[in-house]
Design a protein around this ligand. Sequence first.
Ligand code: HEM
Ligand code: HEM
Length: 180
Amino acid sequence: MIRVWDALLRSLHWLLAVAVLTAWFSGHLLEHWFAQVHHTAGYVAGAVVVVRVLWGFAGPRHARFASFVRGPRATAAYAREVAASREPRYLGHNPLGGWMVVALLVAVAAAVITGMLFISDWLWGYGWLADLHEALAWLLMVLVIGHWAGVAFTGLRHRENLVTSMFSGMKRAASERDVP
Ligand code: HEM
Ligand code: HEM
């Protein structure tokens, strides 16, 4: 077994997961003190995204965007391999997973920004902004469910538990066929 996910990346991941799910559920119960819970969870999620983006440039290999964000051709080629059940195992994020990471981070940032604008003096009470915030929250949930499906599918394909790896940071070392 070798270490793939560093401690900061893992901590950010689980903090983001808890914050986003808390923001999502409290968003539907906004009366009374839930509003405070909702705003706090949203700000925590926003802060995680900022730190994660910086870590994507400064962090170790598998945390870096440059190591897992691939161009459209490489991503499409990987998708075809998945369809033909002959895709290689990646130690870091695979090309489709890499784009899902980007989509999740962008969607969280957009939800946080629209939420903050909605309660700002400048744009307080604008209906279209509340609608946009709600739509982004739904988009985010669709992505999260896609994220779970991708994690489950990839784990089954390569017979490994990716969720426990996100806790321990450890994965089975790469064989010759794998992408290290
Ligand atoms: C609570 C259930 C969740 C589980 C079990 C889970 C599991 C995982 C796993 C296993 C990975 C690694 C994927 C890989 O091996 O390539 C991962 C990555 C990631 N997940 Fe989740 N996830 C959860 C919730 C969330 C939520 C709610 C978000 C919020 C948007 C999220 C955002 C991300 C991001 C951004 C990454 C990339 C990690 C990085 O490179 O920093 N996850 N997740
Ligand atoms: C991950 C980040 C966030 C998610 C997933 C999220 C999600 C949601 C959801 C699901 C709703 C309910 C929409 C509806 O059914 O009408 C909502 C409403 C709301 N959110 Fe957020 N939110 C986030 C961040 C924030 C932040 C950072 C703020 C402000 C600081 C905020 C302020 C609000 C407000 C004021 C409403 C009520 C809008 C209305 O009156 O319709 N949200 N949010």
